[in-house]
Ligand binder design. Structure first.
Ligand SMILES: C=C(O[C@@H]1C=C(C(=O)O)C=C[C@H]1O)C(=O)O
Ligand SMILES: [Mg+2]
Length: 434
């Protein structure tokens, strides 16, 4: 891939008198499909992030100019030299702050990419990040040159074909029914009014699935979702299309939401509307949602000057509908993303409430490792941050695609119905693979 000569010349002049802090060198590129570009790049990590909504900007990134592991399951503070910069870190946190995470992913990590491709509606640009924070400036320039040399042209993909040869569910249906009965028993209900239980469906594949090709096909069926992908090693890639925002922060203005409570769609507008009305009136589904917004508002209270809750609405996805209530808050000026993540994650939409009792139930029963499933992932910067709740996702390895789905178990939950809800939540991605 051609890099403008002025960028190379700039690196040469920087060698003579290196600056301090972050330097971003940017140039226009002619790239229509950031995912086709990303899958052609040899450099790791490979990262992809697109926020929700029709005007969202696409980010595809490779390599690391800086990398911050999240210790204690909390996101790292961004380095002081970046406080003024436009630097964007991409990454995520595992679901359980006590879990070491999946192999290669860790409890959490955020990366300032070496190269970031940013695509807005009609234009794309590449940005090279150089960090002069006391490290050897020559080594930094050398790493930047090597990253530029490694750049490859976008490579259009072969379409996906069915590749699944087997499926293993953890838990199986019987164990699931036992857990739901247990979580809804009066004894457990006294401890946790809501526990979100989950399942891993490991789909064995005849040939390795290209995670970026799968994400590209999936995102087209999940238009009103966040789209993400994280690959830190050749062995495993985490991708997903999640409808759920953990939060978006613009300066001190915060948007969050309670997304919980689910029913199917019927392919017909009138029947969809009738199902949505039933959903909004259903006590079990209302309870699932109510426990989420009550917890988010309570946790925001010490961090915000004020916070407000919108009326319930229904989000329509391809095969499902969810109850959603938007939350808006004005944060105190001292609040950082570390505080927000520590307070909000994991919300009762994916953990349960009270948090400790729900996590204890999950740790006691679930045998698969959630890793980054139901974690928080997205983008952090000084000015703004946005994180999605990492649901509707898949971990892609050479031999298998593992899908994850959970359901909020509250008083009134019926094991078979909750199992069907899990099936509906993986239906979109399944239909691309089998
Ligand atoms: C946990 C998941 O989804 C969550 C559970 C929901 C529910 O039980 O109704 C709905 C949306 C999410 O809050 C998942 O998709 O894995
Ligand atoms: Mg539910």
């Amino acid at each position: 891939m051609r890099v403008p000569p002025r960028i190379m010349r700039r690196l040469d002049t920087l060698g003579k008198r290196p600056p301090s802090g972050l330097l971003r060198l940017t140039w226009r590129v002619d790239i229509d499909s950031p995912l086709d570009w990303l899958r052609a790049q040899p450099l790791l990590p490979r990262l992809y992030w697109r926020s929700r909504g029709p005007d969202a900007v696409e980010h595809a990134a490779v390599g690391a100019a800086d990398e911050r592991p999240a210790e204690d399951g909390l996101p790292p503070a961004l380095p002081a030299c970046l406080e003024d910069a436009e630097a964007r870190y991409f990454g995520g946190l595992a679901f359980d702050p006590r879990d070491a995470g999946w192999q290669g992913f860790g409890a959490g990590r955020f990366v300032l990419p070496r190269l970031e491709l940013v695509r807005r509606k009609h234009a794309a640009e590449l940005c090279l990040n150089l960090l002069f924070d006391g490290r050897d400036p020559d080594a930094e320039l050398e790493a930047a040159r090597a990253a530029l040399l490694a750049l490859r042209d976008a490579r259009p993909a072969e379409p996906l074909s069915p590749v699944v040869t087997g499926r293993h569910d953890t838990p199986c249906r019987d164990d699931w029914a036992g857990w739901v009965d247990r979580a809804t028993s009066s004894e457990e209900q006294a401890r946790a009014a809501k526990v979100v239980l989950s399942r891993q469906s490991r789909l064995l594949t005849r040939v390795p699935v290209d995670p970026w090709v799968l994400l590209d096909a999936w995102r087209r069926r999940a238009r009103h979702c966040f789209h993400f992908g994280f690959q830190f090693s050749p062995e495993a890639t985490f991708i997903g299309c999640s409808p759920e925002r953990l939060y978006r922060r613009d300066g001190a203005r915060l948007l969050s939401e309670a997304l919980a409570g689910t029913c199917r769609r019927d392919g017909d507008a009138a029947r969809d509307a009738a199902l949505a009305a039933t959903l909004l009136a259903d006590p079990k589904n209302r309870r699932e949602n109510q426990l989420v917004h009550a917890d988010i508002l309570a946790r925001l209270a010490p961090l915000a000057r004020h916070a407000s809750l919108a009326e319930p609405g229904v989000v329509r996805l391809r095969a499902l509908q969810h109850i959603r209530r938007d939350i808006e808050a004005e944060l105190h000026p001292w609040v950082r993303d570390r505080h927000l993540l520590a307070a909000l994650h994991p919300t009762p939409a994916v953990g349960g409430t009270p948090r400790d009792a729900a996590l204890a139930f999950i740790r006691r029963h679930e045998r698969h490792r959630r890793g980054w499933y139901a974690g928080a992932c997205g983008m952090l910067s000084r000015e703004a941050a946005e994180l999605t709740v990492a649901i509707r996702c898949a971990l892609v390895t050479a031999e298998a695609v593992s899908l994850y789905a959970g359901a909020g178990i509250v008083d009134g939950s019926v094991p078979d119905d909750e199992w069907d809800e899990l099936e509906a939540k993986i239906a979109d991605v399944m239909s691309l693979l089998v």
